[in-house]
Design a protein around this ligand. Structure first.
Ligand SMILES: NC(=O)C1=CN([C@@H]2O[C@H](COP(=O)(O)OP(=O)(O)OC[C@H]3O[C@@H](n4cnc5c(N)ncnc54)[C@H](OP(=O)(O)O)[C@@H]3O)[C@@H](O)[C@H]2O)C=CC1
Ligand SMILES: O=C1O[C@H](COP(=O)(O)O)[C@@H](O)[C@H](O)[C@H]1O
Length: 495
């Protein structure tokens, strides 16, 4: 097998669902188009609705065309797709699926390499993996890998239970837990920015950095995911995984080598060093919010409690802001502020590293205040970095004024910047688990988040809804920083 063009049979459970349609089929297509898939690959879709192979191929074609906004001229790609309708709780059907996979192995000369992608509700994960093993689908001559979507559990206890179930059929090295933020170009760039630049790494500690802010704001509401979201909330949906993963990448020590195990082990150390928040400290460190009605991008929108499949008295948070402290030598005393929410002003994910002020400001006597140096990492929608510095004001005698050094990543790579799912699928095919979360990271993240969700679940938020749709969240999120003498930096690219 050429490792750069892996031969594999991908089985997608939940093939008629939203994720498969919007993300997985277009990603497989892009890999194919770029020549990253071997000609010898096949995809089998599994879901309950009764489709024929041809109907499924039309469905996949539509999904690819919706994504590329072009007609698919190459029917050869679509011919690699097959469909096997069944209810995953029905044991008997796994034998038929097994026969289909064995037939496709022969047709495409695939040496038993299988990816089982679970793009379904998590309550099915345990059932599917145990059936895959008991019915012999995992007993292949090639490699087998399990890709698991989030949420990985609802809390530490349920995550442990789920992990025990899937570990009956797959070893840790065969489990690829998706966190799609780890597939984003600029999230992957954090390590390079930090470790490949002599001007940053020596400053990357509590002697020079005053605070770090991570904002991931969305303009969308819960759309049609109310049933899931109302039992999850922003803390579990975004903080336990994506936000903490970004914190780990920003705060970890340089790994000894750039191997999967070395990088993961440094990230786990950060997650374990997070200062635990006890029940009575939650209000001091964390703020929750829920959106009311408002105007987003010029359109009036309804409140969270009016959304489909949401309890009209819901206590679920759609916004979280928090202050995290990392109790280790490098970060002692440096707050990491995070905030994320739905129905905010704009869609944006940004990291702002604020450096400490220079010890003695020679420009004090000027009327202008010197701005702190900032390193802004733009994750999305724009991708790049901006370094905010101070320079001499043109023509003025020794007056400092802010200047910016901008690097725009997707201005250069443009629309060719690979999609997160595309990169992660390719990594999985090549067996590279670096950008997937290890069980130890999942466990440490739940341990941190659990006390906060316990308090929030058991205390009614009397002020909900407490932020207007289209705003940047509740006032208390601003106060969280003000009491430390900081403020949130704006999320607009050019500010
Ligand atoms: N959508 C997204 O953007 C994201 C989704 N995720 C995660 O991905 C997973 C899938 O999400 P999403 O695609 O949105 O979910 P959907 O509800 O859109 O899709 C669920 C899929 O499961 C199938 N299904 C449901 N019950 C059964 C059953 N008993 N047997 C066989 N198939 C069944 C459905 O097809 P049918 O009705 O035909 O059986 C459908 O294909 C979830 O874990 C979600 O949390 C994670 C991040 C983002
Ligand atoms: O995992 C999730 O992420 C999305 C946000 O992802 P992004 O790539 O668009 O930033 C969020 O909308 C969703 O609720 C959550 O489950």
């Amino acid at each position: 097998m050429n490792n750069m063009n892996p031969k594999s049979l991908i089985v997608i459970f939940g093939a008629t669902g939203d994720l498969a349609k919007r993300k997985l089929f277009p990603s497989i297509y892009r890999l194919y188009e770029k020549g990253k898939l071997s000609e010898e690959f096949a995809v089998v879709g599994v879901a309950r609705r009764p489709l024929s192979h041809d109907e499924f191929r039309n469905y996949v074609q539509q999904s690819v065309e919706d994504s590329t906004k072009q007609e698919l001229s190459d029917q050869h790609f679509i011919s690699h797709f097959y469909y096997h309708p069944f209810d995953v709780t029905d044991t008997a059907s796994y034998q038929e699926l097994k026969a289909l996979l064995e037939r496709l192995d022969k047709t495409y000369n695939i040496p038993g390499n299988r990816i089982f992608y679970l793009a379904m509700a998590p309550e099915f994960f345990g059932t599917i993996t145990s059936r895959l093993k008991s019915e012999g689908l995992t007993a292949t001559n090639g490699w087998k890998r399990l890709v698991i979507e989030k949420p990985f559990g609802h809390d530490l206890k349920s995550a442990q239970q789920l992990n025990t179930e899937i570990r009956q059929a797959f070893s840790e090295s065969e489990i690829f837990r998706i966190d799609h933020y780890l597939g984003k170009e600029m999230v992957q760039n954090i390590e390079v920015i930090r470790f490949a630049n002599a001007i940053f790494e020596p400053l990357w500690n509590n002697r020079f950095i005053s605070n770090i802010q991570i904002t991931s704001s969305e303009t969308l509401g819960v759309e049609d995911r109310g049933r899931y979201y109302d039992h999850s909330g922003a803390l579990r949906d975004m903080v336990q995984n994506h936000m903490l993963q970004m914190v780990a990448l920003l705060a970890m020590e340089p790994p000894i080598k750039l191997t999967t195990d070395d990088i993961r082990s440094e990230k786990v150390k950060v997650l374990r060093a997070l200062r635990p928040i006890s029940h009575d400290e939650v209000d001091q460190y964390f703020v929750r919010g829920q959106y009311g009605r408002g105007i987003v991008k010029g359109n009036e929108v309804i409140s969270y409690r009016e959304e489909n499949n949401v309890d009209p008295n819901s206590n679920t948070e759609t916004f979280v802001a928090g202050k995290l402290m990392i109790d280790n030598f490098r970060w002692a005393g440096v707050p990491f502020y995070i905030r994320t929410g739905k129905r905010m002003t704009e869609k944006s994910t940004k990291i702002v590293v604020q450096f400490k002020d220079v010890p003695m400001n020679l420009y004090y006597r000027t009327s202008e205040t010197i701005q702190p140096n900032l390193l802004v990492i733009h994750i999305q929608p724009d991708e790049g970095i901006t370094l905010h510095l101070n320079g001499k004001k043109s023509g003025e005698n020794m007056k400092a004024s802010p200047i910016k050094l901008d690097y725009c990543n997707n201005c250069i790579d443009g629309i060719n910047t690979p999609e997160a799912y595309e990169k992660l699928l390719y990594d999985c095919m090549r067996g590279d688990a670096t950008n997937f979360t290890h069980w130890d990271e999942v466990a440490a993240s739940w341990s941190f988040v659990d006390p906060i969700s316990e308090v929030w679940e058991n205390t009614k938020a009397v002020d909900f809804p407490n932020y207007e749709a289209g705003s940047m969240g509740p006032k208390a999120a601003d106060e969280l920083l003000h009491k430390d003498g900081f403020h949130w930096w704006p999320i607009h690219y050019h500010e």
